[in-house]
Design a protein around this ligand. Sequence first.
Ligand SMILES: *Cc1c(COP(=O)(O)O)cnc(C)c1O
Length: 341
Amino acid sequence: MKIDLRSDTVTKPTKGMLDAMMSAQVGDDVYKEDETVNALEMRLAKLFGKPQALFFPSGTMTNQTAIKLHTNPGDQVICDKDAHIYHYEGGGVSFNSGVSCKLLAGERGMFTANQVVEAINPPDFYHSPLTKLVEVENTANRGGGSCWDFEELQKIRTVCDTNQLGFHLDGARLWNALVAKKETAKDYGTVFNTISVCLSKGLGCPIGSVLIGDEALMKNAIRIRKILGGGMRQAGYLAAAGLYALDNHVERLAEDHQKAKEIGSVLLGLPFIKKVEPVETNIIIFELAERKNEIAFLNYFAEKDIILSGMGSGKLRIVTHLDYTDSMHDHFLTVLKGVKL
Ligand SMILES: *Cc1c(COP(=O)(O)O)cnc(C)c1O
């Protein structure tokens, strides 16, 4: 039995999802004639209480499009020092939009409205880049799947309004936050101008992200998507997976969270662990007491057909997901309790 705990992106479509994909009604989505894509977009727009949504092949492309929609070359984006857009999108902020990032020293990937206020460059001080956009991530990936306090997001919205800044949510794992904190998508729609959500993480689709937003901004989204090479044809086969996942794979995220919590508590009881970040959703980030043991720890599990992620400096990451079954969980916990380094 192989157990892959590197990421929630390693899942494969379930039988039910494949059936839904195979029976999808499709058309040419570049002509906006794919009724399944249109249905997915409409459903997500409605869910977030926004006028428009657009289907994309990846979360990187939704984020990059959003940044482009909000900014002009030379502008600056405020985000956390651990932000996905800064670390893991290939430098796309500068490549695609010609903007720079002002990095905030947040806690577990999250910062405060006051930190935003302090980071805004005065718009008439032309020596500094013009601040145009604030970007947050929920859940925060490098923050260990941490969930934002919704009130802080509302405070940041107010700061954005006062300073005429856009507010974008990288919601690749927003579903996990909604389930963990019992929040609604509509609430998030009231706070952000644009929201990107992934279907290919916890929801278990093979591909797909959706950008949801206000009308004035979204009117150019289809053009930017085309420029980035993201215009797809009979994409309804993929959108059908998304519709299926929204019906069947959202509430069950609570099971992934429960398993992650159980893994976190076993880790806390092990002698060679220095620190386990609070487990709020499906990501567990922990640190070994001795950095040099990172490789030995990974190898110990690899020999038992269990794959985890090393983050360097003695930090490791485990992510629970749809294909991580109850029996895999029991087996993994047993192996974990018996680790010898
Ligand atoms: C995975 C992820 C994305 C998008 O990644 P793609 O692999 O391009 O779909 C964006 N933001 C965060 C926080 C992510 O974890």
